[in-house]
Design a protein. Structure first.
Length: 570
């Protein structure tokens, strides 16, 4: 679990600049190894799915470093597997990166931009005696690779001469062979202690139409081969990868050194793991395809699209990525830190209005039946620049059912029989009578109001301890409200599973509940994507399912600040 001490929880740029990657860049700039404007990074997503919060960490790191040092960051799509890629994902990824607040250097790039160059370099490796065409099956290659304690076995085709290898490779490109008939492998060392260096596959045959190059190619490069060369061609100085690629760095360097290319350097950092979530693309796909969620933008998912639809802001996500920092070792970050960052930003920008989600009717017996007053209320008491709105008040009101108790405990400062409370920005009211239905359930409170307490303060100076939010019943706008909780009931959904069960066993059955809310009329004026605070209830976002006849709100987070709990664990 990531530990954040309160004094380090400011999210300042100065704190972010102290991670080991930035420290290394600063040192190399001082040593004259690289000029600030030569700092070059890249974000290289595969266009085979939607981005999630883990990608956001990499985006913020790569684009943030380029921005801080005055360098450049490329957006380069690793489009070397045409079977799983599409322009749908390309467009979605570009939209997500832009939404997070980052711009890439010039136009978006693609590994497919370099297919001709990559092929030429592969032929060069063959001519250098550093690559060969292997006609073994994929299973044979796997079984002869060896183990961590036993060396691999040389392929029977490893001794093929340069001419034969070139001929086979060119015929592979020409489409003479079926998928899997041959591969191109680097000739390195089948006894290497690093399994990655045991003659890795560089090219495979795949007769599939590419979303950009069409049917021009039927052989496609492997990531470990194409990635480092693409970095070199773009003169990337800092190739930042997650720790899973640490063992691959030796191959990265071997390819660039063997081909005498620009010496791009790979540096690894810990990927993001977050409590109550899975950040594996394979597992996210399972959640979507098995219909545990309602698509890639389901607000319970940690995808950028899901977080955006739920109502998290790009500022909050960038702040989160800055606070958790960049480390060398894997850890699990408390998801409450993301909520804290969202709450911090929403508290500054979100207008505050009133809604009731679990209504209890209140009738003011001494208020005129046909009278409506309109109260001018600030949209955010902490930011006068946000302005105000007019809210209607009438004889018939709705309050939260939880704001009334028959026999309240000592610290309950809300409404009870005979007790007086303040209605936010309106009047003092006192509970006089309780109305029940045939089953004994409370259906209505009959109260009186103090006309001399208009605006929420008494003319005689008396004080009341409770303040309630409310909505005028005849003016209330009915809306659908979706209340979201964590998708998984466990911090780590993949731990302690019963036999035969996978991570979906730990899905939280209460991750989504839907209720009908009653809103003050001003809330009907907010567009899709707008963020608001329902006073005393939490932060909400207008969902894209909203229609003129039916408004839909997503709960982003509650008002409770859990940062103190996180800091206490530090």
């Amino acid at each position: 679990m990531t530990k954040l001490a309160p004094e380090n929880a400011s999210g300042s740029e100065q704190g972010a600049a102290r991670d080991f990657i930035r420290a290394r860049i600063e040192q190399e700039i001082k040593q004259g190894k690289v000029a600030p404007d030569q700092v070059q990074t890249r974000f290289p997503p595969e266009p085979n799915g939607y981005l999630h919060i883990g990608h956001a960490k990499s985006i913020c790191l790569n684009f943030g470093i380029a921005r801080e040092f005055g360098g450049k960051c490329n957006l380069r799509f690793d489009d070397t597997n045409p079977v799983k890629e599409s322009t749908e994902y390309v467009n979605a990824i570009q939209e997500d990166v832009s939404w997070l607040g980052f711009s890439w250097n010039a136009q978006a790039r693609y590994t497919s931009d370099y297919f001709d160059r990559l092929y030429e370099y592969a032929e060069e490796l063959i001519k250098l005696g550093k690559a060969y065409a292997d006609s073994q099956s994929a299973d044979d290659i796997h079984h002869t690779r060896g183990t961590l304690t036993e060396p691999g076995k040389n392929s029977p085709f490893r001794k093929r001469g340069v001419a034969e290898n070139l001929d086979l490779f060119r015929r592979m490109r020409a489409g003479e062979f079926a998928d899997g008939a041959h591969v191109l492998r680097a000739k390195i060392d089948m006894a290497s202690p690093n399994m990655v260096m045991r003659d890795p596959v560089l090219y495979r045959i795949r007769h599939a139409r590419h979303h950009r190059t069409g049917d021009k190619w039927c052989i496609y490069p492997m990531y470990d081969y194409s990635h480092c060369i693409s970095d070199a061609l773009e003169r990337v100085t800092y190739s930042l990868c997650s720790l899973e690629f640490e063992n691959n760095r030796e191959l990265y360097d071997w390819i660039l050194r063997t081909l005498n290319l620009f010496p791009s350097r790979q540096t690894e950092f810990a990927r993001l793991n977050m409590t109550g979530a899975v950040l594996s693309k394979r597992k996210l796909i399972q959640l979507v395809t098995r219909k545990h969620v309602r698509g890639w933008d389901d607000p319970r998912l940690p995808t950028i699209r899901g977080l955006r639809r739920r109502g998290y802001t790009p500022e909050a996500i960038r702040d989160f990525c800055e606070r958790i920092g960049v480390a060398r070792a894997d850890s699990r970050v408390d998801s409450s830190i993301l909520d804290f960052c969202a709450r911090e930003h929403l508290n500054r920008i979100a207008p505050r209005l009133m809604a009731v989600l679990n209504p209890l009717k209140v009738t003011l017996e001494n208020y005129p039946e046909n009278r409506t007053e309109w109260f001018e209320m600030p949209l955010n008491p902490e930011d006068a620049a946000q302005g105000s709105r007019k809210t209607p008040f009438s004889r018939n009101l709705l309050i939260e059912r939880e704001d009334f108790m028959l026999n309240p405990p000592g610290k309950f400062h809300r409404l009870a029989p005979g007790r007086e409370v303040r209605l936010r920005y309106a009047y003092y009211i006192t509970c006089k009578e309780i109305v029940r239905d045939e089953q004994g359930e409370i259906t209505e409170l009959v109260c009186s109001y103090d006309p001399d307490s208009k605006g929420g303060s008494s003319s005689d100076g008396r004080k009341v301890r409770g303040t309630l939010h409310w909505v005028s019943a005849p003016h209330a706008v009915k809306s659908e409200v979706r209340l979201y909780e964590r998708l998984f009931a466990m911090d780590n959904p993949e731990e302690n599973l019963p036999d035969g069960k996978d991570f979906t066993f730990n899905i939280n059955p209460a991750s989504l509940s839907v209720t009908e809310g009653y809103m003050e009329p001003a809330l009907a004026e907010y567009d899709v994507g707008s963020k608001v605070q329902f006073e005393r209830l939490g932060y909400f976002c207008v969902d894209k399912d909203t229609r003129p006849e039916r408004r839909v709100f997503n709960r982003i987070i509650g008002l409770k600040d859990s940062w103190s709990r996180i800091a206490a664990k530090s």
